[in-house]
Write a protein that binds this ligand. Structure first.
Ligand code: FCB
Length: 279
């Protein structure tokens, strides 16, 4: 018979979101190693709330304690248990199948043997994160209307919070002159402006602005402008019946071939196919 308890081996995780707390106490029935060498179909996010766990064995082994977070991408091996030095290991976890646009939140700064880790977070951050874990579990198990959508929405918040505490996430506001340059480019997207025009507007020399822009955004102004143009073009392709060439002109490409080339490079498909796939 199929197991209906997700804390015991043999449970079939075929839902989009399953959340729980695994309270492992030395000698109890849950005191065994969770061992899934081939990983799972979905992701698992895991938060230690009490005690200590040991993840992996041998050279990859490490311990987790209160406030430490783990993110197992699908097919990353699961091998974890209560640490031999601790009488208990309580951990909260959420199994989920992500939506496509969550991708960016699902890579963290530090990875050990295919598993992302975030450790030593300050207590106030951990508390807010643990509250979300609890809320997600409670919501998913409730009989509220739209409980799955609500739980997914809370999970998005959780993933965004976890991503935003990564050490490589930029929190510094952009330099006002870079913002000025961005505003100019967005307002003149359909014009054939040059780097000199933008620089004059931001009161900098073209080379100074080019460097500053690159330092702050990790891309060149041309790349940034093309990204804006293509995302505007995507919007127009799905919300209007304008011809592809007309849309190309609206977003600043007077040469239709060039427009198609840039579009394909950024979107992976031609403008025509993009429209057909979405509408
Ligand atoms: C439970 C484990 C928990 C997590 C979920 C998916 O059985 O206790 O750590 O792996 O499965």
């Amino acid at each position: 018979m199929q197991n209906t308890d997700p804390l015991k081996p043999g449970y079939n995780f075929d839902a989009h979101l399953v959340a729980g707390l695994t309270p492992i106490i030395e000698g109890d029935e849950l005191d065994f190693t969770i061992d899934r060498p081939g990983g799972m179909k979905g992701y698992i996010i895991n938060l230690t709330s009490k005690g200590e766990g040991t993840i992996f064995s041998g050279e990859h082994a490490f311990n987790v304690r209160a406030g430490d977070l783990l993110l197992f991408p699908p097919s990353a091996a699961h091998f974890y248990q209560r640490s031999a030095d601790s009488a208990s290991w309580f951990h909260r976890w959420i199994y989920f199948r992500p939506r496509a646009f969550w991708n960016d939140w699902l890579t963290w700064h530090t990875e050990i043997n295919g598993v992302y880790t975030t450790r030593d977070l300050p207590k106030n951050v951990t508390d807010a994160i643990e509250d979300l874990f609890i809320d997600i579990e409670y919501t998913a198990k409730s009989d509220l209307p739209y409980r799955n959508d609500l739980a997914s929405n809370l999970l998005e918040q959780l993933l965004i919070r976890c991503k935003s505490v990564q050490p490589d996430v930029v929190t510094k506001p952009l330099d006002p002159r870079v913002i000025e340059a961005m505003n100019y480019m967005t307002q003149n997207l359909n014009q054939d402006f040059t780097l000199e025009d933008v620089a004059a507007h931001a009161c900098l020399s073209p080379s100074r602005l080019g460097h500053l822009f690159r330092d702050e955004t990790k891309m060149t102004m041309t790349q940034w402008r093309d990204d804006q143009r293509i995302s505007r073009a995507k919007q127009l392709l799905v919300t209007t019946h304008y011809s592809v060439n007309h849309i190309g002109r609206i977003v600043g490409y007077s040469d239709p071939l060039y427009f198609s080339r840039v579009f394909k490079r950024k979107a992976g498909v031609s403008p025509k196919l993009y429209r057909e796939q979405i509408t």
